[in-house]
Design a protein around this ligand. Structure first.
Ligand code: GLN
Length: 308
């Protein structure tokens, strides 16, 4: 089935109306106060086409805490610089464990399973920081330029709160440092990582910022960030690892490369066609947005746009 662009808006409105009628939205993350205070009834969804046209519904222009979604962009920025050498330091297999789990690291010599769990993202951020001297600065510049939104920024309050409740991430970083898999001093790395997690952006911003993955590595200005093969690799790892220990269920229901964050956002890529971002802060027990995944499930079911 070929879907006309003009059909995106009615599809989004239909999905929002269905979500509105669906009880049970999960619970916002409560490990820091700034996330716990979110209204679980919030819901926004955006679709961005390759030419930058964006369709949206609900709270699609409302900035939210992007959290782990930023791991996608950090990975792309580092992979663009160091290529396959990165994979000597982080794997690309699903972990089957919660996003902040420590257990596999000891058996696998401090090499995290994939770049989308916390341990893997710490390694990627560390490497990007070593190469650029300012991983979060690179990330912010990239996201501002791809989204066309120069006001995007980190949230100092959320970053400070992450840091105050950051024992587990600190443990992951120190443990990997003991295997020589972290190059920067751990406090420097954690500061970079917590700031990255605190980025605030809307569904519209994130859908646009993700379009380089739908364009097979080409940025909004026509320059190339990733080779076609690297874009394929990132999309593949998103499909298999982007939603933690629920990646199998996400592939089954949604059928797209995707990445969630505990702020309740989820991005997804339809290679060659468009990107999506949905936000609703209520999470399931694995840390994925309940209404967000349900909305993506409906989108691919209604439109036939999936990779399968
Ligand atoms: N800031 C969160 C953490 O590091 C991000 C995790 C997530 O979104 N899954 O624990």
């Amino acid at each position: 089935m070929t879907l006309m662009s003009s059909q995106f808006q009615p599809v989004l409105e239909r999905i929002a109306a269905e979500i509105e009628r669906t009880p049970g939205r999960g619970r916002p993350a409560d490990y820091i106060p700034a996330l716990a205070a979110c209204d679980p009834r919030s819901f926004g969804m955006a679709v961005a086409e390759l030419d930058g046209t964006v369709y949206g519904v609900g709270d699609w222009r409302e900035p939210f805490s992007t959290q782990s979604i930023t791991k996608v962009f950090t990975l792309a920025l580092d992979l663009a610089r160091e290529g396959d050498r990165l994979w000597e330091h982080v794997g690309r297999e699903p972990s089957g464990n919660p996003f902040n789990s420590l257990v596999q690291l000891e058996y696998e010599n401090g090499i995290p399973r994939n770049p989308f769990i916390n341990a893997g993202a710490l390694v990627v951020t560390d490497r990007l920081h070593s190469r650029t001297g300012d991983a979060t600065g690179e990330l912010l510049a990239f996201l501002r330029s791809e989204s066309g939104n120069p006001t995007l920024d980190f949230d100092k309050e959320v970053a400070a709160s992450e840091s105050a409740h950051g024992d587990r991430n600190a443990a992951l970083a120190h443990f990997m440092a003991s295997y020589g898999n972290i190059g920067n001093p751990v406090p420097v790395l954690l500061d970079q990582y917590f700031r990255q997690c605190s980025l605030r952006a809307s569904c519209a911003d994130l859908a646009l910022a993700t379009t380089f993955l739908a364009r097979h590595g080409v940025r909004a200005d026509g320059t190339r960030l990733l080779t076609q093969s690297q874009a394929k690799q990132v999309n593949a790892v998103l499909l298999t690892c982007g939603t933690y220990d629920a990646a199998g269920d996400f592939a089954y229901r949604v059928g797209l490369p995707g990445k969630s964050g505990v702020g309740g956002g989820v991005i997804a890529v339809v290679p060659g066609r468009c990107t999506l971002c949905v936000w609703s802060p209520g999470l399931d027990e694995r840390g994925n947005s309940v209404a967000g995944v349900a909305a993506l499930d409906r989108f691919t079911t209604l439109t036939g746009l999936s990779v399968f």
